[in-house]
Write a protein that binds this ligand. Structure first.
Ligand code: DOR
Ligand code: ZN
Ligand code: ZN
Length: 438
């Protein structure tokens, strides 16, 4: 007796589509093909629907613990599930920051008790933290080492000497917020006491390029997998095009850099690091994505409250929520002919699973976890506040016509969300860790 059979769905990977039944037992896909024999506790017809692997958002800031009133693992993970994201990787710039094994384990316990989706947890790089990172990431359960080369929201920042130590002393995936602190500091002095015309003016493309150039140097000297977060400029793209296939550097793009330029009248609601950029940059990131130079989409979900965003420019925290709209945004792009469906599966499921070493994720295949998303290509609908499950209750995409949230979202074989509404939040996701060699 199977737990679940999904019948007649069109299963989509980056390279194929075929119609088959999927049988699930104990949270795992155990059969794919024509009608499986035997009964099932639950049957779902997926006639006329696509079935894709649950999306993996390698870049969220769910904030718990230490930020009362803000997003937490319950609200953030429900938002994620409603939008087809069945695995998130949470960033370490929480308070306390997850730069020690103890803080990391505390966060893991919190996520275990509240998250309805699966979760990987980044470990934060900090001065003197190489040994701990080795234990927690190279040999342990964390999904990667996160480095802030420039100060952003939160307490984490490493100087160049520390960065070099991490390059020398660790070998796992390193995710990098690449803005150069020297350039940022010079800009801070320049703008002191004044409000720049746009956030981009105070954190120019140069900050990103200088940081990326340094990363390229270090990766050449000490090869190891590096994932550059939220690439936002034409100059970064041009530089990284030259290292493609030569160095083990992969790139993430975030939806807000693809959807908005720096002239968008969003005020502090569009304040994010790295900033929204001029139109030429936005187009260059899209072009890179189409050419295959962008590997993954990460939302950089940074759910600051309305009240925080309504403060003055200097006081308002940077960050844009978005985990729940990756699917809707990318499906809208498909609908508009900007990108193919197969490429979306690659960017949002297959590539992140591969990059993070999540071997049971990112594929609809026998032996993989039954994290599945069912949807139909249909009309776009106007995004309204009712669609938002994140506790912040706002989105820069409000008012835009987007693809609706998926019809059904399964986490480990359990139907968690239907048409954007959470129907079962009694289950809990599991910690996801990279498969280690040897
Ligand atoms: O805008 C941002 N917000 N950029 C970051 O690097 C951090 C994030 C946050 O944690 O709020
Ligand atoms: Zn960042
Ligand atoms: Zn981030």
């Amino acid at each position: 007796m199977y737990d679940l059979i999904i019948e007649d769905g069109t299963i989509l990977s980056s390279t194929s589509r075929w119609v088959a039944d999927i049988a699930v037992e104990g949270g795992e896909i155990v059969y794919i093909g024509p009608r499986p024999g035997g009964g099932a506790r639950e049957r779902v017809s997926a006639i006329g629907r696509f079935v894709v692997p649950g999306f993996i958002d390698g870049h969220v800031h769910f904030r718990d613990p230490g930020h009362p009133g803000k997003e937490d693992w319950a609200s953030g993970s429900r938002a994620a599930a409603s939008g087809g994201v069945t695995t998130v990787c949470d960033m370490p710039n929480t308070s306390p920051p997850t730069i020690t094994g103890e803080a990391w384990r505390e966060k893991a316990a919190l996520a275990a008790s509240r998250s309805v989706v699966n979760y990987g947890l980044w470990f934060g790089a900090a001065a003197g933290g190489v040994e701990e990172a080795r234990r927690m990431v190279d040999e342990g359960p964390a999904c990667g080492i996160k480095v802030f080369m420039g100060a952003s929201t939160g307490p984490l920042l490493v100087d160049d000497a520390t960065l070099v130590e991490f390059f020398k002393g660790t070998r796992s995936l390193m995710g990098v917020h690449a803005e150069d602190e020297g350039v940022l500091q010079a800009q801070r002095l320049l703008w002191e006491g004044r409000v720049p015309p746009t956030h981009h003016d105070s954190r120019p493309a140069e900050a990103a390029v200088v940081a990326v150039r340094r990363l390229v140097e270090l990766t050449r000297a000490f090869p190891r997998p590096v994932h550059i977060c939220h690439v936002s400029t034409e100059a970064e793209v041009a530089l990284l095009e030259t290292t493609r296939g030569v160095l083990p550097i992969t790139l993430e793009a975030s939806p807000h850099h693809l959807w908005f330029n720096h002239e968008q009248p969003l005020g502090n609601f569009g304040k994010v690091n790295p900033p929204l950029r001029p139109e030429a940059d936005r187009r260059a990131v899209w072009a890179a994505l189409r050419r295959g130079l962008i590997d993954t989409i990460g939302s950089d979900h940074a759910p600051h409250t309305r009240e925080e965003k309504e403060r003055g420019y200097a006081e308002a925290p940077a960050g844009i929520p978005g985990v729940e709209f990756i699917f809707s945004l990318l499906l809208s792009a498909v609908r508009q002919g900007r990108i193919g469906l197969e490429r979306v599966v690659q960017l949002c499921a297959e590539a992140p699973a591969q990059r993070f070493g999540f071997v049971r994720k990112g594929r609809v295949a026998v032996g993989a976890d039954a994290d599945l998303v069912l949807f139909r290509e249909g009309e776009l609908v106007r995004l309204t506040a009712d669609h938002i499950l994140s506790r912040v209750g706002w989105s820069p995409y409000l008012g835009q016509n987007l693809a609706p949230k998926p019809e059904m979202v399964f986490v480990g074989g359990r139907l968690v969300s239907k048409a954007g509404v959470i129907v079962d939040d009694s289950g809990r996701g599991a910690l996801v860790s990279p498969a280690r060699e040897g």
